[in-house]
Each structure stands twice: as C-alpha cells, then as structure tokens.
Design a protein around this ligand. Structure first.
Ligand SMILES: Cc1ncc(COP(=O)(O)O)c(C=O)c1O
Length: 365
C-alpha cells in the first residue's frame, strides 16, 4: 500500500522526493506565514520572521551533524557545480597542487574546473573499471603540501559510496556530499569543507550548503570576485545578498523532519533497511538483475543495476512506470536502471519496488 497520498513511488535522482509532512506544512503556511499576513516568499530577508527561519536552519544543521565551533555553515547558490569552481578559485594557487579522487562524472567535472586555476592531479581513479568501486585507503597517494584533497562521498550516477573517509592530517579534506549529505552521522571534524546541493536529501533545488572550517577561510585567495569568496558569505551569515529564502525555509523544515524521525542514527538505519530490500532483489535474482557497484562500495542512496539486454530493460522500465514507479531510468550518460532511495523515500516504496522486481523476474526470467 502506498504511504503517499500522491499516486507515485518517487525514485528520482534529484530533485527528488521530499517528506510529505514537510510539503503539507509548507502548503498550510504558504499564504500566511506564521501570522505575518504574507508568504515566506514575500518577506524581506532582513525581517525578524525570515531571520529566525534562516538561523534556525543553520542551528539544526549544526546540531544534527554536531558541527564543531570552528566551522561556519553557509547557504549559497549556483548548485554544487559552482562549488567545483569556487573551491580551486579560493584555495588553489597557480603553483600549488590539489589531489582529486576520481570516482565518477561529478569528480571529473570538479577536476576540470580545478585545472583552470592550478595543478590538480588524480590521487586515485577507478575510471578503468567504469567507476564501479571506491578506491581503498592505501591506494590514495597524495602530497603533504597539497592545497587540498577532494572526493565525492556518493557517486549518484554509478551508485557507489565511501564507507569511511581518509585521515588527511594537514591536507584539508574537501567532500562533495551532494547525494548523501545527512543520510547518516559523520565526523565533520575530518573535513575542512563539505558541500552539497540541497535537492536530494535536504530540500528543493536552489540552495547549496557549505560547511567550512574557519582557518581555511583565512588562507583563501583575496583577489577574486566578492560573491565567489567564501569569506564574504561567512562574514555576513549568508545574508550578504538576497538568499534563496523559500529554499532555506524548506531546508529548515526537512531538517526538523529528520529530528522528529529520530535524528541521523535513525535515518541511517532506515536507509540501510530500504537499500537492503532492493539489493536483496538483485542478489537473489540469479543474475537476472546485475548490480553495477562492487558490493563493498554499494551506495545506500543510488542503487544502479542492469538487466540482461536493452530490450528487457526497456520493458522493465515501461512496466515499472505503469505501476507508478517514477525515476528508475539510469543517468543518461550510463543507461540501465537506478533507484534513488534518499532520506524522504518511504520504506513502503522500497518494499513495493523490491516486490515489483521479483514479480517481473518471475514473468520474464
Ligand atoms: C555528487 C554530485 N555532485 C554535484 C552535482 C551537481 O549538482 P548541481 O546540479 O546542484 O550543480 C550532482 C548532481 O546530481 C551530484 O550528484
């Protein structure tokens, strides 16, 4: 039975499912936000009512991730893709090197931007095996004097995810967590910077979350445009210019929903349970479904698989669509199938998909 009053199981890769309770609350508050007589979208970003929303969203992020005092939380625009440029622009001087761990298309895009500013190099790459695996810690070869080391914690397209993160000592570790932010507890103190577009686990598109250690702000290149300096936004509590107020409001509500769901430990447990349902359908299919990711590197957020041939895959996707499953096509660059099981995707949707996969195999195996 669908938990959702809306008649679909949403497995979109991003923008993706949002908690129904959050959408309903936003609907309720949309026209008259908490007695102001205005919508949240009509409030000044300098008004006390909006500032409360803004600061509460920051406070919830800090509390859920136990972010230490020496970090800033920023709300930026331009998506995770602008971070690919802002990171080297701020931190990679022309004569300096930065290590990039290559685990997919998003790492490649980040690397390409860094080449415009300094000398990035590949710390490790699993491209030869079509990015089906995360490199081992002992395969990461980097230099102690690097400007930073960059990795992609979850590879949305290939369906692989880091289970642990390296201890990089004095080399600032920077992670693109766009597709697994807030999906489990992490030790923020291992990272100099974490960034993520909000549109998978945190809210609608239009907001980018940056968690950044204060000491690296001081080391950034001062000779870059004002809007592209992290310090500009850090100094003004992300209110240097008009922030995406509605997106930040929604993000705050999604974080509140995570709190009410029992926090990150409970969310992580449910994410494991959800992914297991679908991985089990793959693993017990005798090769009818073929998972893309190596089992040690499997993502709990994006589950990628293929069927024996393209005809069967087309049939699977068509029948799935008719049965109410949305977003199961693999990314256009790799094809196949992908189920994105982000935080807000209910357990029931994953149970239904796992059942559908078993039934489809019975009829077509
Ligand atoms: C891991 C990862 N990084 C970066 C991006 C790009 O994000 P945006 O569209 O916010 O620029 C995506 C988008 O899917 C992604 O999955």
């Amino acid at each position: 039975m669908k938990q959702n009053i809306r008649d679909v199981y949403n497995f979109n890769a991003g923008p993706s499912a949002l908690p129904l309770a959050v959408l309903e609350k936003a609907q309720q508050e949309l026209v008259d936000f908490r007695g102001t007589g205005m919508s949240i979208m009509e409030l000044s970003h300098r008004s006390p009512a909006y500032e409360e929303v803004h600061n509460q969203a920051i406070a919830r992020l800090k509390s859920l991730y136990s972010i230490p005092e020496n970090y800033e939380v920023l709300f930026l625009q331009g998506g995770a893709s602008l971070q690919f440029s802002m990171i080297p622009m701020n931190f990679l001087q022309p004569e300096k090197k930065a290590g990039y761990v290559m685990t997919g298309v998003w790492s490649e895009k980040a690397f390409a931007e860094a080449k415009l500013f300094g000398e990035p190099y590949h710390v490790a790459s699993t491209k030869e095996s079509n990015y089906h695996i995360i490199p081992r810690m002992d395969e990461l070869q980097y230099y102690e004097r690097d400007a930073y080391l960059h990795l992609t914690s979850n590879n949305t397209i290939y369906g692989t995810q880091w289970k642990d993160f390296p201890d990089t000592g004095d080399v600032p570790l920077i992670a693109d967590m766009s597709s697994d932010i807030m999906s489990k507890p992490i030790d923020v103190s291992k990272f100099a910077m974490i960034y993520a577009g909000a549109q998978k686990n945190l809210g609608p598109s239009g907001v980018t979350v940056v968690i950044i250690r204060k000491d690296i702000l001081e080391k950034a290149n001062p000779n870059i445009p004002t809007m592209l300096k992290y310090s500009t936004h850090a100094k003004s509590n992300s209110l240097y210019h008009t922030p995406p107020t509605f997106g930040i409001y929604m993000l705050g509500e999604v974080l509140s929903w995570i709190e009410e769901s029992g926090g990150l430990a409970a969310i992580a447990k449910q994410n494991e349970e959800k992914a297991k349902l679908i991985y089990d359908a793959i693993d017990n299919s005798n090769g009818f479904y073929l998972g893309h990711a190596d089992s040690e590197s499997r993502s709990l957020m994006n589950i990628t698989f293929r069927l024996a041939d393209e005809e069967l895959e087309k049939k699977f996707l068509m029948e799935a669509k008719s049965a109410g499953f949305v977003g199961l096509n693999g990314h256009r660059s790799v094809g196949g199938c992908r189920a994105s099981t982000y935080n807000a995707v209910p357990l029931e949707a994953c149970k239904a998909l796992s059942e559908f996969m078993k039934q489809f195999q019975k009829k077509n195996g």
